[in-house]
Design a protein around this ligand. Structure first.
Ligand SMILES: NC(=O)c1ccc[n+]([C@@H]2O[C@H](COP(=O)([O-])OP(=O)(O)OC[C@H]3O[C@@H](n4cnc5c(N)ncnc54)[C@H](OP(=O)(O)O)[C@@H]3O)[C@@H](O)[C@H]2O)c1
Length: 348
């Protein structure tokens, strides 16, 4: 599997990263290990997990698999901390002492002496960002973390984190892990231009919109019982109340047409599109079965044409807010999208 440098200064990662949020939840240990085996045999070398995934169980499954396969040195291993690990308010956040405990606990569950990428799972409004980034820098200095990243940040928060590292000569933020897929392109307004500017790599989560982009949900049919929405129609950002819109169905129509014409899966179209977006280092694919993984790996065997990219970009274009983006574009004559395209061009 092809490798890409994550941002301008991160590690080299496989273009498809294995997301492991289903481990210990939809996928038991036997299935999770079969998924890891298949991913590894396909040449995949990048695993993304978090302490909070099934409260440590995902990391434990990965740790036992790494030991069984003797694969630690070949894998780029990413995990995260910040969300609640228990009902105790001390067991969460991005404060120094908590991160120290969280990292040690992740290393223990994973059975490793260091992780390659340690990510703050979301901005912590209760902790000064200097404290968080200094703690992360200490982990790098101690050899327990190779690279530092963040997830679920607003643009100003990411900029603050990047700046404080820059100013103090601390380990830089090399990556951002945001929700990003054909149904959710809002990060292109502020975060993607910032990542281009700073050379921060993107690790898109929910590349299939939690399953929507596979075409598994239909307007006239109830979700199958063994699916995210079949199990919980109100679940997170894939909830029916969020995604059952005319915009979603219009995007799915175009994805379906391309998939049928090319003889590929709809999910493959969605993954292929993300692989062509600027700053994307690795697309984090999640699955509950090896069959799903197999289908998603096939996205690497073909490429969207430029015309197909235009069709997908057009139908899924995120709206520009009236202010300030719309104002700047209409009143000040700044074509924001054109400027973004120019910078994207320069970035490659
Ligand atoms: N940083 C964060 O806050 C954050 C948040 C979310 C995820 N993530 C990371 O991103 C990874 C991927 O996120 P995600 O799981 O939401 O990604 P996704 O690819 O959008 O959704 C994966 C789900 O779609 C369904 N699916 C996948 N392949 C399929 C196929 N070929 N045919 C039919 N259905 C298929 C499965 O759900 P069902 O079979 O159950 O329907 C699967 O669990 C996670 O594992 C995690 O590492 C990070």
């Amino acid at each position: 599997m092809q490798l890409r440098r994550l941002g301008s200064s991160g590690p080299e990662v496989s273009v498809l990263g294995l997301g492991t949020m289903t481990f210990g939840n939809e996928a038991n240990e036997v299935t999770s290990h079969a998924i890891l085996d298949r991913y590894f045999d396909a040449g995949g070398r990048f695993i993304d997990t978090a302490d909070v995934y099934t409260r440590g169980v995902s990391e434990e499954y990965i740790g036992r698999w790494l030991a069984d396969r003797g694969a630690r040195d070949e894998m780029v291993l990413a995990t995260k901390a910040r969300f609640a690990m228990s009902d105790d308010p001390a067991d969460r956040g991005a404060g120094r002492d908590y991160l120290q405990r969280a990292l040690e606990a992740s290393l223990r569950r994973l059975g490793v002496d260091h992780v390659d990428l340690y990510q703050i799972h979301a901005w912590d409004p209760l902790t000064p960002v200097d404290e968080t980034m200094e703690a992360l820098n200490g982990f790098v200095a101690a050899g327990k973390v190779r690279f530092v990243g963040v997830s679920n940040h607003l643009a100003w928060q990411l900029e603050r984190a990047a700046q404080v590292c820059e100013r103090n000569g601390w380990a830089p933020v090399v990556s951002l892990q945001p929700q990003y897929n054909l149904l959710a392109r809002d990060i292109e307004l502020e975060l993607v231009p910032l990542c281009i500017d700073r050379g921060i790599g993107l690790l898109p989560w929910s590349p299939l919109g939690g399953g929507w982009l596979t075409g598994k949900y239909r307007q006239d049919t109830d979700p199958a019982p063994l699916s995210r929405l079949g199990e919980d129609p109100t679940r997170g950002l894939e909830a029916l109340s969020v995604r059952d819109t005319d915009r979603t169905w219009a995007i799915l129509d175009v994805v379906r047409q391309i998939a049928e014409r090319r003889g590929v899966t709809m999910g493959g179209v969605a993954i292929n599109w993300l692989l062509r977006r600027p700053m994307v280092g690795s697309v984090l694919i999640g699955c509950r079965t090896t069959a799903q993984l197999e289908e998603n790996l096939a996205a690497l065997e073909w490429d969207l044409t430029d015309d197909e990219l235009v069709d997908l970009n057009t139908v899924s274009a995120p709206g520009i807010p009236a202010y300030p983006q719309g104002f700047l574009e209409n009143e000040a004559g700044m074509d924001i999208w054109e400027r973004l395209r120019t910078r994207i061009h320069k970035a490659y």
